[in-house]
Design a protein. Structure first.
Length: 282
């Protein structure tokens, strides 16, 4: 009997080997496929992938001593500063699938009556010499009529020099859409920088920023990466690649903590360095 039991065990061992080999082959194929698609455990396989494991990943944290009112919109979030009558920052997530849609740009700027205090009015910009500069771009809101309409709320608008708004700022918006097509999902935050400027426009005294920032993160790619840009609010703008800096640098200048919901290992990586090559800038 002992000998028979031994033989049965031997036969059982042989039957397990093919199953183990098959499992190893499946694991190996999965790793190979993951490399081919450029995915990792944090990557989103499709545009419908949920960010529930990183809630509000695109949001920023405003310094405690700064006036703030959070306004949640369909396509973006605003941290509004009633003293400046400008946003502290505007942030949103941009998916590849959101780059196309039926919503059309209507150019109808709207007073935002949800803001605290006296809101800005379109007449504040009339003959001011400054453009009504979008923070969350209308062209990124084509996926929803409501998102498109809300992008023209004046809480999403800042006075920008025409050369900036129609030049490097627009160029960067177009680059970001190209990056979203490539990377599937981006986290974006931007806004004004008010330091020494005392200049205002319009009867409601809208503050004119000295500079602007924009930060971009691609945390779901095989190589998580981030980049930031710093612009003077001026008509004369150097090439875009010369304006690139680290997200950490913008945090130092503004005091704002970007993408703080992302795990520290990823956040530290994307905020502490940048590569012009990885972002196809030269």
């Amino acid at each position: 009997m002992a000998q028979k039991r031994k033989k049965r065990k031997k036969r059982s061992g042989k039957s397990i080997i093919p199953a183990l080999l098959l499992l190893l082959l499946l694991i190996g194929y999965g790793i190979w496929q993951m490399k081919q698609t450029g995915q990792n455990p944090l990557s989103r396989p499709t545009d419908s992938y949920s960010l529930s494991h990183i809630p509000d990943a695109e949001l920023a944290h405003t310094p405690a001593d700064r006036t703030e009112q959070i306004l949640r919109r369909t396509g973006y979030t605003v941290s509004y500063n009633s003293r400046w009558k400008l946003p502290n920052w505007v942030s949103y997530e941009l998916l590849r699938s959101e780059l196309q849609g039926p919503a059309s740009r209507n150019e109808r700027f709207l007073t935002d009556y949800d803001v605290a205090g006296t809101p800005a009015d379109t007449r504040d910009y009339t003959r001011s010499g400054y453009d009504r500069g979008h923070m969350a771009p209308a062209a990124d809101m084509k996926w929803s009529d409501k998102a498109m309409e809300e992008s023209f709320l004046l809480s999403n608008i800042c006075p920008q020099s025409p050369g900036l708004n129609r030049g490097r700022w627009k160029e960067l918006e177009e680059e970001i859409r190209q990056w979203a097509r490539r990377d599937s999902a981006l986290l974006i935050a931007c806004g004004p920088i008010v330091t020494t400027s005392k200049k205002t426009i319009g009867p409601h005294r809208i503050t004119v920023p000295d500079r602007y920032f924009k930060v971009v993160a691609a945390p779901y790619t095989e190589q998580p990466r981030g980049i930031a840009f710093l612009f003077d609010n001026d008509d004369n703008q150097p090439p875009l690649y010369t304006l690139a800096i680290t997200i950490d640098s913008i945090e130092t200048i503004t005091g704002i903590d970007f993408f703080h919901q992302i795990p520290d290992s990823i956040e530290n990586l994307i905020e502490s360095n940048f590569s012009l090559e990885l972002w196809n800038l030269n």
